[in-house]
Write a protein that binds this ligand. Structure first.
Ligand SMILES: Cc1cc2nc3c(=O)[nH]c(=O)nc-3n(C[C@H](O)[C@H](O)[C@H](O)COP(=O)(O)OP(=O)(O)OC[C@H]3O[C@@H](n4cnc5c(N)ncnc54)[C@H](O)[C@@H]3O)c2cc1C
Length: 460
């Protein structure tokens, strides 16, 4: 069965997809969004806590386990915003000094960051939790400084706050909806997109993009009464925003087929980044902060000047029952010189990067975390070197279909239109041309705002 045409088909509803959906619908385009995950019911206890995963649709997160990489990404309406820690930070200005196309720089990006702030309205946490005091001691020892992080959230009312126990922290963080709590994209960009008339089809996974003499045919699969049904839709424009790894898989698959996108750049898969991600923890110490009922993340230690790195605290996550024994978790991010590549072999993605650079980065993080532990009289724990060297772990996969000045260096132009395929865009993390060293959702959304403005200005 062939459905009626759309002006624009959007694949994925994370940061790139949601921005595209709102701006296209606002401009009066017939907009269809395909999302392979579910529309989450945040009132349901099971859904709030279920970070268990399935390949097709059911969990809110997806684990990508492949040779050379382990990654975790969103898999629901709203993409990564349903499971992320909601930090909305642009990267450091010097990140824009290299690897970006000529017309993008720190200055020229400011209006687009502002546009995202207008919709998402990030705020820092005003209440000084014990965590910040302990972070200050660490920052002091490491010659850095503490920075409170802007979050996509609304502070809860006093009554809500006092009713929340630390062990229920994660569930509550996801669900304070009436008076406060995290605000996923379903409460901001996507909500407005649907109000503007965008049609959202959940549990619909796009499997192939066929290039037509004019426009594209988007093939997708959805579930109905337990059966998988294949269908397709024709669209003048297509935005691929399935999240870095899913976008790369789809592009590789389409490049391999003559009726797909056979002329995609040979640069596809090159310059893939794990954003300097590493998991770490401080534990077993009198100096650990008291468990509290604040958001998962409140602040980080900024070590950018000396180390090009951030130590972001992610709370004393209650993974053990007694919260006084819970470790204090950290997400480390940075800008190490690690430039990887994703390939597609026998239907499977594979990641390669230079082992030596990975080892050097691991040693640097281990030393810093040891010094952080000493500063508050605790012990440090980082992902063991053997694991990290063999399979880096990331929650911030970026690149592989990057923006560039020409198709020899990247897959899309500076407004994220695919070289050789007019009307086809990549608006998610895959198009980011270098690692950011900090949480990427703000930059992905700002670049999508910029690309959509250009697309709509050109007429449709
Ligand atoms: C635990 C965790 C914490 C994080 N914390 C932060 C943070 O605090 N701040 C920050 O900036 N970033 C954070 N991130 C990273 C952030 O979530 C991602 O960088 C961001 O979501 C990427 O946006 P995107 O548009 O590239 O794709 P995503 O947000 O990944 O969205 C892609 C969507 O496409 C859907 N999809 C995939 N394939 C298909 C298909 N074939 N057909 C239809 N739909 C498809 C997916 O289900 C998904 O919903 C975190 C990530 C994790 C996992």
């Amino acid at each position: 069965m062939i459905h009626a045409d759309a002006d624009i088909a959007i694949i994925g509803s994370g940061f790139g997809g949601s921005v595209a959906a709102l701006r296209a619908a606002e401009a009066g385009l017939r907009t269809v969004v395909f999302e392979r995950g579910r529309r989450l019911d945040l009132q349901s206890e099971r859904e709030r806590r279920d970070v268990l995963l399935s390949r097709f649709t059911s969990g809110p997160a997806q684990v990508h386990s492949m040779p050379g990489l382990l990654a975790l990404t969103g898999n629901a309406l709203g993409g990564g915003s349903q499971i992320y820690t909601a930090v909305k930070m642009p990267p450091k200005p010097e990140i824009f000094d290299d690897q970006w196309p000529g017309d993008i720089n720190w200055q020229s990006m400011q209006p687009w960051f502002e546009r995202v702030r207008d919709v998402i309205q990030p705020q820092t946490v005003a209440q000084p939790f014990d965590r910040q005091r302990k972070l200050a001691a660490i920052a002091n020892a490491l010659n850095g400084h503490v920075e409170a992080l802007p979050l996509a959230w609304s502070p809860p009312s006093q009554t809500q706050q006092s009713n929340i126990t630390a062990t229920d922290l994660h569930g509550q963080w996801q669900t304070w909806q009436a008076g406060g709590g995290k605000r996923p994209l379903t409460q901001t960009y996507l909500k407005r997109a649907e109000e503007e008339g965008a049609e959202v089809r959940c549990e619909a996974e796009v499997t192939f993009i066929e290039s037509l003499p004019s426009g594209y045919r988007v093939h997708y699969r959805y579930r109905s009464n337990g059966a998988c049904i294949d269908d397709s839709i024709r669209a003048d424009k297509v935005v691929i925003a399935a999240g870095t790894l899913n976008t790369l898989r789809l592009l590789f698959r389409c490049r391999a087929a003559v009726d797909g996108l056979p002329n995609l750049s040979p640069a596809l898969g090159r310059h893939f980044f794990t954003n300097g991600d590493m998991g770490a923890a401080l534990w077993r110490g009198a100096g650990l902060p008291q468990a509290d009922n604040g958001p998962l993340v409140t602040a980080w230690v900024d070590l950018w000047q000396h180390e090009r790195m951030f130590l972001m605290e992610t709370g004393r996550f209650p993974i053990v029952n007694a919260s006084d024994r819970a470790p204090w978790l950290f997400g480390v991010m940075g800008d190490p010189p690690i430039d990887g590549a994703i390939t597609f072999e026998k239907g499977r993605l594979r990641h390669r990067c230079e082992r030596e650079s990975v080892s050097v980065f691991h040693r640097r993080v281990s030393i810093l975390m040891k010094r952080a532990a000493q500063a508050i009289d605790a012990r440090s724990l980082v992902v063991p070197a053997t694991v990290f060297n063999r399979r880096p772990v990331t929650v911030h996969p970026l690149g592989g279909a990057r923006m560039a000045n020409g198709p020899r260096d990247g897959v899309v132009d500076s407004h994220q239109q695919v070289f050789g395929y007019p009307g086809l865009y990549v608006l998610d993390g895959a198009a980011i041309p270098r690692q950011l060293g900090s949480p990427p959702s703000m930059t992905i959304a700002a670049c999508a705002e910029r690309a959509m403005a250009k697309m709509l200005e050109q007429g449709h």
